[in-house]
Structure formats: structure tokens, C-alpha cells
Design a binder for this molecule. Structure first.
Ligand code: AMP
Ligand code: MG
Length: 331
């Protein structure tokens, strides 16, 4: 099952003022659906698609020939400058989030069936055993030489779409393209402005009805990444198990968080933190935000509370059909 995407992108009318041309690309990559709309260029959307496909070939944990796949298979690998740089930044984020983000959760993600879609609830002993391998501190980098402890396997699924978004924005800049809206499987890059000069509106999925959205943020030059328990999950005996694993317990995160959207000017940061804050839950997320302040977030919990950091409040609009209790988080 591909990850469900539900991001409403506003309608763009190209009449009158605005950009001379627009191009779109819709495709599957990084195990999800992507749609890129670029304004003012004939060929940049195709260049970005090619770049994302290249990155998938470099970073996929499931491809034995990718750089990450080789590291997983052999426990050591000589990486390209680009992959080692991404790995170093990802490890920093693992450390900074105190392991809520942990790029070594692959064995657990696999045991719960999220890789081959044979979903299962592993028993406690199996989880206890696998937890020994889920520890990002066992991954080391010396220049471009990476090693992972025996049995440790990496999964950059929580950060790769964000990094891809940053590369896409870089390609737009290199080509002097100023506007576009790129939905990379729920990580949305809103670049420049809409043809009418207003900000882009990025809708946030209603977890109960993924064809709809509960609200939208108005943004320009921001990356908006959402992680939710409705994206990939299975149910057993009435309980939902989602694809985001709490690396401290080995079980899917289960702290009352339903979805987290992070807004920042870095794709890598937004993507990494949407996953990490989901694991932390509201109390951890508030504390992390107060300690950092280089991003904003919107968190929906299972009690109908919608938590917003104060920096995004003015740019967020709740749809009239939703009666969530809005709670503003102040610094
Ligand atoms: P995202 O969709 O960005 O929230 O990333 C979720 C994906 O990252 C999952 O499908 C797993 O492949 C992987 N993952 C799950 N839990 C974690 C975690 N705590 N830290 C890092 N990656 C994770
Ligand atoms: Mg993420």
C-alpha cells in the first residue's frame, strides 16, 4: 500500500497576470505518490523528477544496490559525499531529538510488517531482541566511510522526502524558477507565490476522511511536512498500529497523537521533525519547540485538540466543518 497523500493544493488560475508557462509531473518514487507543479519553466519539473528518482536509487533501504542498501548488507560502506552529508545531518537530528527520530529502526519497521505488507504484532521477546539493533549511536561516519554495528540497518524513510524537497528547491533556484508547489508524498514545498501573488494554501488531511482536509496553512518559501497515524497502519483486535515506531519501546507510537505538521524553511528539518514530534507526543513536542524555535507545528490529538505554535496561528485556517479545540502554544 502506498502512503496515502491528502494535501489539498489550491487551484491555480493562469489567466491574466502570472507566469508564462507551467509544467507538472505526477509519479511514484520513494514508495509514495508525488506531484510537482512548476510555474515559469518548461523543463524544470522533469529535471526535479529525475533528481528525486536518482535520490531514491541512492537512499532506498530496500534496494541492495543503493548506498544505504550496501551499508545495510555489509555493515560498512564507502559513501558518496552527498549521502554521507545527509547521513551526518540525520544522525545529528536523531541526537537532537534524543532518539525520537532514529534512522536505525528498520529491523522493527520490518518486524511489524511495514516493509513487505505482511502486517503482524511481534511478541515482546522479539521486540526486546530487535531493540538491541535500533540505536543510531551504533552508526558511525569517518569521512565518507560509514559503518553500522552488526545487525543494525538504516531506514531514511523519515527524512528522504524532506531532503528531496530541499534538492528540488535548489534546482529551481539554479534555474531561476521562482514559483511552484511540490507535493512529495505529504512533504510539500511551497516555493514563491501563486500566480496571483498570494501565498500558497497547503491543506492538512482529515485523518478520519483522507479525501478531505481540516484546515490549511498559507505559506511562501516553506516546507510543510505531515506525519499521521492514518498514512500506513493496520488493525488487530480493534487496535490501530501505525508505521511510526517509538524507538524506546519498539512499538508503534501510541501517545494520543493523530497527526503532526511541521512548517520550516528546511525540508530535511520539517520531515525529520514531523516524525520525531509524532513520537514525542504533545508534551515532548512543546518542549522541543520551546528549546529550538526554528520551526512551527500543528498537532492533532485523539481528544479533538488541535495544538498550534504561536508563529503559525495567523497563517492557519480551520475549515468551518470542524470543531476542534484550538490550543495555542506560546513561547
Ligand atoms: P514519515 O512518513 O516521514 O513520518 O516517516 C515514517 C517512516 O520512517 C516509516 O515508514 C519508517 O520507514 C520510518 N520510521 C518509523 N519510525 C521512525 C522513527 N522513530 N525514526 C525514524 N524513522 C522512522
Ligand atoms: Mg518525516
Amino acid at each position: 500500500m502506498k502512503k496515502l497523500i491528502c494535501i489539498l493544493l489550491c487551484l491555480v488560475f493562469l489567466s491574466g497576470c502570472g507566469y508564462a508557462s507551467s509544467t507538472s509531473e505526477s509519479f511514484e518514487s520513494m514508495d509514495t505518490f508525488m506531484k510537482i507543479d512548476i510555474y515559469g519553466s518548461e523543463d524544470v519539473a522533469a529535471k526535479i523528477r529525475a533528481e528525486i528518482e536518482r535520490l531514491d536509487g541512492l537512499l532506498s533501504a530496500q534496494d541492495d544496490e543503493s548506498e544505504i542498501g550496501r551499508l545495510n548488507k555489509n555493515s560498512t560502506a564507502e559513501l558518496s559525499e552527498e549521502t554521507s552529508d545527509l547521513l551526518a545531518k540525520s544522525l545529528e537530528l536523531c541526537n537532537d531529538t534524543d532518539g525520537a527520530l532514529d534512522i536505525s529502526v528498520y529491523p522493527l519497521v520490518e518486524a511489524w510488517g511495514f516493509i513487505d505488507k505482511n502486517y503482524r504484532v511481534p511478541d515482546d521477546d522479539e521486540i526486546k531482541d530487535l531493540l538491541k539493533y535500533a540505536d543510531y549511536r551504533k552508526i558511525t561516519l569517518d569521512g565518507n566511510s560509514a559503518s553500522a554495528g552488526s545487525g543494525v540497518r538504516l531506514d531514511l524513510g523519515a527524512v528522504a522526502k524532506g531532503y528531496a524537497a530541499d534538492r528540488a528547491v535548489g534546482i529551481m533556484k539554479e534555474n531561476n524558477v521562482r514559483a511552484g508547489i511540490l507535493n512529495l508524498g505529504g512533504t510539500v514545498a511551497a516555493v514563491g507565490e501563486k500566480p496571483d501573488g498570494s501565498k500558497w494554501r497547503v491543506g492538512i488531511c482529515d485523518p478520519e476522511n483522507t479525501a478531505s482536509y481540516f484546515g490549511a496553512v498559507s505559506v511562501s518559501d516553506r516546507i510543510v511536512a505531515t506525519s499521521g497515524n492514518y498514512e500506513r497502519y493496520f488493525e488487530r483486535d480493534g487496535k490501530r498500529y501505525c508505521h511510526i515506531i517509538d524507538p524506546k519501546t519498539g512499538y508503534p507510537a501510541d501517545n494520543g497523537t493523530v497527526s503532526v505538521t511541521v512548517i520550516s524553511d528546511s525540508g530535511l528539518l520539517s520531515d525529520a521533525l514531523s516524525t520525531a514530534l509524532f513520537v514525542m507526543g504533545i508534551d515532548g513536542a512543546k518542549k522541543y519547540w520551546r528549546d529550538h524555535r526554528d520551526f512551527e507545528f500543528i498537532l492533532l490529538d485523539d481528544k479533538n485538540n488541535l495544538w498550534l505554535t504561536e508563529g503559525i496561528e495567523a497563517d492557519f485556517k480551520l475549515n468551518a466543518d470542524y470543531d476542534y479545540n484550538i490550543k495555542t502554544i506560546k513561547a
